[in-house]
Ligand binder design. Structure first.
Ligand code: HEM
Length: 480
């Protein structure tokens, strides 16, 4: 029993219990946060500002051109700086040594990182989400099928796709160059992945893939009718279509040297084959990595050639010489010829540098890492800034000038990384460059084009492309 004398005091004390509890909870929360917050651990974080609580500097990033945001930061803080964007604490790295550190020499300390919502659309087994043995296995397969030895067999088919695309535009009507280049790179992607594929399947894949793409950069909600939800449904249909194609190929035993064949025939050390889901995720992943990237760079090539008429003349002369040697295009382009186009190849490289369509990539530190006396805390995102490096006058003099001749001497190591570097570097780079060279050959030898409307400005789709996708008219050179 409680003494009646104490009761009034007890009541008083009890009145303060909620406040005391709240204070205690707040104390525990702050202590734990401080313990987790590396800045409270007396370690030196890189310079930079973290912006407002929760939102960080996301608004600053999106209220201007993202490249201006990063370039301004670099001017202010130097080549390594911290920020807080999109709910993530980040360390940005804008020097070749730092990019090499994260992507190559200490790659095991930095894992690839993507939002779950995006991973679900591509498929969680796609190689770019992984590190370690599974990634190595998949990468070997993808790299093998995209090596120069394999890609050289695709020249004639890529040429046929380019010619048929140009034929369909050459009537003088205004076309959205980027959208048309996307159709071209999609067809090449399908060719590389499946070899010959029935038109019905190609159309089904194209239709559903376009829906997935629309949802990829939308707000990830499962509310019916939203682009994200529609994308998830289309992704499911893509799996079903791929399942059918795989079943047919297995029944007909027609698995060849294309990517699908390589994946179907692959066995690991223990003789295990890949599951259908792993195969589907990787096919969709490769298609995804291949299409918009290549299409936006080809669109930039057209824009630069249009803006620099003297350069266009030089490229034309180089390509016409090949065209004549192939008896006015009566013989197909050969792989060897595509390797002997120095002026055009310079334009391809300079377009990759100038446009830097992949401005940066994301990794996440898997442990506390020290770099040049700074702490990169575990769990923080780490972003090597390719574009900043490609536009640094210390590595590329007069960097805003479009000057393909700068590639007559090889750039210094890790100053030119349009295809990334290290274990996750782009395995499709040979194919992408081949597409650009073949398309340019046919454009400049047979076609005249004129950009329509505003000729400057950039839009993000999500990669940077000329404004409105570069509307242009195309004519056959002889039919003025
Ligand atoms: C101009 C066109 C292209 C550009 C600029 C480009 C750029 C890149 C970059 C920068 C990466 C590395 C990303 C990172 O480290 O996080 C990458 C990875 C990748 N790319 Fe490309 N790419 C292009 C075309 C292609 C093509 C045509 C294909 C396939 C046919 C392809 C397939 C891939 C794949 C599968 C990966 C992931 C590799 C891995 O994680 O191991 N890309 N690409």
């Amino acid at each position: 029993m409680t003494c009646p004398l104490i009761l009034p005091y007890m009541e008083k004390v009890l009145r303060y219990v909620p406040i005391l509890l709240l204070t205690l909870l707040l104390y525990i929360f702050l202590r734990r946060r401080n313990r987790r917050d590396p800045s409270k651990r007396h370690n030196k974080l890189p310079p930079g500002s973290m912006g407002w609580p929760y939102v960080g500097e996301t608004l600053q990033l999106y209220s201007q051109d993202p490249n201006v945001f990063f370039a301004t930061k670099q001017r202010r803080y130097g080549e390594i700086f911290k920020t807080h964007i999109l709910g993530c604490r980040c360390v940005m790295l804008a020097s070749p040594e730092a990019a090499r550190f994260v992507l190559v020499t200490r790659a095991h300390l930095f894992k690839p990182t993507y939002p779950k919502s995006k991973e679900n659309l591509i498929g969680p087994s796609a190689l770019f989400f992984h590190q370690g043995a599974y990634h190595v296995r998949l990468r070997k397969l993808v790299q093998g099928f995209m090596s120069p030895e394999s890609v050289r067999n695709l020249v004639t088919d890529i040429e046929a796709i380019a010619v048929s695309a140009l034929d369909s535009w050459a009537g003088g009507q205004v076309i959205n160059t980027y959208q048309e280049m996307k159709k071209f790179s999609f067809e090449v992607g399908i060719l590389a992945i499946f070899g010959h594929l029935e038109a019905g399947y190609r159309e089904e894949l194209r239709k559903n893939y376009a829906i997935v793409e629309r949802g990829y950069n939308s707000f990830p909600t499962k509310i019916p009718g939203t682009p994200y939800k529609k994308a998830l449904q289309a992704r499911k249909r893509l799996s079903e279509i791929l399942s059918k194609i795989i079943r047919e190929r297995k029944e007909k035993r027609s698995t060849g040297k294309e990517l699908l064949g390589c994946l179907l025939n692959s066995k690991d050390d223990k003789g295990e084959i890949l599951t259908e889901e792993q195969i589907a995720d990787n096919l969709i992943g490769v298609l995804f990595a291949a299409q918009d990237t290549t299409a936006s760079v080809i669109t930039w090539i057209l824009k630069y050639l249009h803006d620099y008429p003297k350069l266009l003349e030089a490229v034309k002369a180089e390509q016409k010489a090949i065209y004549w040697s192939n008896e006015e295009g009566n013989h197909p382009l050969t792989w060897t010829q595509t390797r002997q186009m120095p002026i055009t190849y310079g334009v391809v490289l300079e377009s990759l540098r100038m446009a830097s369509i992949i401005s940066f990539t994301f990794r996440e530190a898997v442990a506390d890492v020290e770099y040049k006396g700074y702490l990169i805390p575990k769990g923080w995102k780490v972003l090597p800034l390719f574009r900043n490096i490609h536009h640094n006058p210390d590595f590329f003099s007069n960097p805003q000038k479009f000057d393909p001749s700068r590639f007559e001497t090889a750039p210094k190591p890790y100053t030119f990384m349009p295809f990334g570097s290290g274990v996750h570097a782009c395995p499709g780079n040979e194919l992408a460059k081949l597409e650009m060279l073949v398309m340019t050959h046919h454009l400049v030898t047979k076609i005249r084009w004129e950009v329509v409307g505003s000729q400057s400005g950039i839009q993000y789709s999500p990669f940077p492309v000329p404004l409105h996708g570069l509307p242009a008219r195309f004519w056959r050179e002889s039919s003025d």
